[in-house]
Design a protein around this ligand. Structure first.
Ligand SMILES: Nc1ncnc2c1ncn2[C@@H]1O[C@H](COP(=O)(O)OP(=O)(O)OP(=O)(O)O)[C@@H](O)[C@H]1O
Ligand SMILES: [Mg+2]
Length: 266
């Protein structure tokens, strides 16, 4: 709706931003390289961070950039994941129909993983997003995957991704067996001021507007309000663009940002 006013050919600040246009911050590049190592070595990694900081986006980038001739990403994001759905989801992504009974499904998964590795030289990389919402039963079940690793060579990489509560839960004594098996732990931080600026610039550039639309003081306001969380930056920026185009302002300054935040976002 504001795109034509600002001369944009693509809508910025949305979830649909192509992976190639994502801002690679120092922290996100570091996590990507660790996850690459986890895939290579078939390790167990945990990625945590506050909501809206870009974890799922980072995983999207990670899976798209994986060498698909060597790795098979298997991604699950289900807030009510049960062991049954877990095996079903993994098996389906491996092109296989699941079994009704959990024990049968487990065995089948084991076989399929062996087959994938043996015949196709493909290593599975299992990613469970929204892992902070997993219940105890499901977390316990993950141990099964980790127990696979009794063999000398571990058959798959496992990446759990979730909000910070995941880390707190894994600290509980009942999950010690899982915690002890974590090989790599990564934390997704908020953007700092310069990253928020870089992020917004990149989004505007991607939109094709061809010039800066936010003044530096406007970026300061958005950064302060959002705390550097990508989702909130997107929200504030989008509201500002709608407001700005409605008012006929070509450039968005801090005064306008404050008006939008006070009027629409707080
Ligand atoms: N590096 C980035 N470049 C561009 N956009 C990003 C980047 N990181 C995150 N975003 C955008 O920010 C929004 C929130 O990101 P995302 O959904 O990945 O967060 P999250 O940490 O998974 O949140 P939650 O904890 O709620 O699952 C998305 O709309 C996404 O497109
Ligand atoms: Mg997410």
């Amino acid at each position: 709706m504001y795109e034509s006013f600002y001369g944009m050919s693509a809508t910025p600040f949305t979830r649909a931003t192509p992976v190639s246009e994502l801002l690679g911050t120092h922290a996100s590049e570091e996590i990507l390289s660790r996850l690459g190592y986890a895939a290579e070595q078939q390790l167990f990694a945990v990625v945590t961070g506050e909501c809206g900081t870009g974890k799922t986006t980072l995983i999207r980038k990670f899976t798209e950039n994986l060498d698909h001739s060597r790795f098979k990403p298997l991604y699950l994001a289900d807030s009510k994941l049960t062991p049954r759905h877990f095996y079903k989801g993994l098996l389906e992504q491996m092109g296989c129909e699941s079994k009704f009974y959990r024990g049968d499904a487990k065995r089948l998964l084991h076989q399929q993983v062996e087959l994938m590795k043996g015949m196709h030289q493909l290593s599975p990389v299992v990613i469970v997003d929204e892992a902070h919402l997993l219940d105890r039963e499901m977390l316990e079940e993950l141990r099964f995957l980790l127990n696979f690793r009794m063999d000398a060579e571990s058959p798959m990489a496992l990446v759990l991704v979730g909000q910070s509560e995941l880390q707190d839960r894994l600290r509980l004594q009942t999950f010690a067996a899982i915690r002890q098996r974590i090989d790599l732990q990564c934390r997704m931080p908020h953007f700092d001021r310069s990253e928020t600026g870089g992020y917004m610039e990149r989004q505007i550039e991607y939109s094709g507007a061809g010039r800066d639309l936010f003044t530096a003081a406007a970026v300061d306001e958005i950064h302060n309000w959002s705390g550097g969380a990508a989702r909130l930056i997107n929200k504030a920026a989008t509201h500002c663009l709608i407001f700005g185009s409605g008012q006929g302002h070509r450039v968005i300054d801090d005064h306008m940002v404050r008006q939008v935040i006070d009027g629409e976002l707080n």
